[in-house]
Design a binder for this molecule. Structure first.
Ligand code: FAD
Length: 116
């Protein structure tokens, strides 16, 4: 076992989870089937009941009530998730992310080629 293979703290878990969630949204279909739309809604509801940080999970459950997942297309889901993440950023005093840039950050890479 490597010495640095340690359990995640709230922030490590958070940044890795956001990476997964935003990447999943980036690769969600542009034209999802009714089943995919419904499954993605269910995914976020179930996810919010098992996310292993109590304060985070409770906060997310409240957000889902106020802002239900927008599962009509990749664009809508990615923008919705960006807004959800920004609400958490605001709560924690972190800078808001410009949601126009969400596909560059999580799917296509920056226009300046720095991810190529
Ligand atoms: P993170 O916020 O983890 O972001 C990772 C990367 O995502 C950033 O570097 C940036 O490139 C990109 N990014 C930032 N904002 C956006 C955005 N709006 N859209 C797209 N990409 C973006 N912590 C708490 O202390 N209290 C909570 O209630 C809480 N709730 C959480 C709820 C959820 C569902 C999750 C997944 C995490 C939650 N966290 C919470 C953890 C918190 O959001 C951060 O993950 C943690 O503080 C580490 O922050 P970070 O600076 O590494 O960047």
């Amino acid at each position: 076992v490597k010495r640095n293979d340690c359990p995640l703290d709230k922030d490590e878990l958070g940044s890795r989870t956001w990476s997964f969630l935003h990447t999943m949204a980036a690769y969600y279909p542009n034209n999802p089937s009714d089943e995919q739309k419904s499954d993605m809604k269910k995914f976020f509801h179930i996810f919010s009941t098992f996310y292993p940080c109590n304060v985070c999970a409770e906060d997310l459950q409240e957000q889902l009530k106020q802002f239900p997942p927008q599962t009509d297309s990749q664009k809508h889901l990615s923008q919705w998730l960006c807004n959800i993440h920004n609400e958490v950023n605001k709560k924690l005093g972190k800078p808001e992310f410009d949601c126009k840039l969400v596909d560059q950050r999580w799917k296509d890479g920056w226009l300046d080629g720095s991810c190529d």
